[in-house]
Design a protein around this ligand. Structure first.
Ligand SMILES: NC(=O)c1ccc[n+]([C@@H]2O[C@H](COP(=O)([O-])OP(=O)(O)OC[C@H]3O[C@@H](n4cnc5c(N)ncnc54)[C@H](OP(=O)(O)O)[C@@H]3O)[C@@H](O)[C@H]2O)c1
Length: 206
C-alpha cells in the first residue's frame, strides 16, 4: 500500500515505522522535506519525504498526523483528495484546553464535510503514541478503534490498524468519532492519574 503521512512526529513516525516493517511504502509530506531529523528517520526506516502536495497526489491512503491547528494549511497544501482514504489521527485540542467538539459533531465529521469526495476514517487518536511501538500488553494487544462511512476505506484501515499490531475495533460510522475523540481525554486523564503512559484500552469479547 502507498501511504502518505503528513507529520513525522510521535504519531507519524510511529505509524511509519510499524507500516514499513510490514512492507508498506511510506512517503512523508512535510513543510521541509530536507529537515535533518526527517531525513535521518527516512534513512533509518526506508521511507521518503517530499512536499505535502507531492506526497498526497499518488497516495491511496493519506494520514493526517499533524496538530489539528495545522489542518487549514495541510488541506490547502494537499490539493485534491478525491477518492483517497484519509485517516484522521488528530485531536482537536489546544494545550491546556478541552476538546473543540463535543457529542453533537466531531472534528472527523467536520473534516469529511470539507473534503466530501474523500473517505475519512478516524483512528489512532485515542492512545499515547508509545503504544504504536509497543501495542502488546502481556499476551493481549491493545485495542484501537476506527470509524468511517465508506466500507472499503474502513477495510483498508482495519488492515493498517492490525499491521501496527493492534486489536482493531470497528466503532461504526464516522459519527462515532464523537465518542472516539473524547476517548483521548480519558486516556490522558487516566495516564496522569496512573502516572504512566504505558496504558491502553482493551475491548474484551466472548
Ligand atoms: N502524541 C500522542 O501521544 C498523540 C496520540 C494520539 C493522537 N495524537 C494527535 O496526533 C497529531 C500529531 O501529534 P504528534 O504528537 O505526533 O505531534 P508532533 O510530534 O508535534 O509532530 C507534529 C508533526 O506535524 C508536522 N506539522 C505541523 N504543522 C504542519 C503543517 N502545517 N504542514 C505539514 N506538517 C506539519 C510537524 O512538522 P514540522 O517539523 O514541520 O513542525 C511534525 O512532523 C496531533 O493532532 C495529536 O493531537 C497525538
Amino acid at each position: 500500500m502507498d501511504i502518505s503521512i503528513i507529520g513525522s512526529g510521535h504519531i507519524g513516525a510511529g505509524l511509519a515505522r510499524a507500516w514499513r516493517a510490514k512492507g508498506h511504502a511510506v512517503t512523508f509530506g512535510a513543510r521541509d522535506p530536507r529537515d535533518a531529523e526527517l531525513v535521518a528517520l527516512c534513512t533509518s526506516i526506508g521511507a521518503t519525504a517530499t512536499t505535502v502536495a507531492a506526497a498526497v497526489a499518488p497516495a491511496r491512503v493519506v494520514v493526517f498526523a499533524m496538530p489539528y491547528g495545522a489542518l487549514d494549511d495541510v488541506l490547502t497544501a494537499s490539493g485534491d483528495l478525491a477518492g483517497k482514504v484519509v485517516i484522521d489521527c488528530t485531536n482537536a485540542v489546544e494545550r491546556g484546553a478541552g476538546l473543540k467538539y463535543g457529542h453533537t459533531t466531531s472534528s472527523a465529521e467536520e473534516l469529511q464535510r470539507r473534503i466530501p469526495t474523500a473517505h475519512v476514517v478516524k483512528s489512532f487518536n485515542a492512545q499515547g503514541a508509545e503504544n504504536l511501538a509497543k501495542p502488546i500488553y502481556g499476551d493481549l494487544a491493545a485495542s484501537n478503534f476506527y470509524c468511517g462511512d465508506d466500507a472499503a476505506a474502513k477495510q483498508i484501515v482495519r488492515q493498517l490498524v492490525e499491521d501496527v499490531g493492534f486489536d482493531a475495533i470497528d466503532a461504526g460510522p464516522l459519527a462515532s468519532a464523537r465518542l472516539i475523540e473524547p476517548l483521548m481525554m480519558l486516556w490522558m486523564a487516566s495516564s496522569r492519574a496512573v502516572g504512566s503512559r504505558d496504558i491502553a484500552f482493551r475491548v474484551l469479547r466472548r
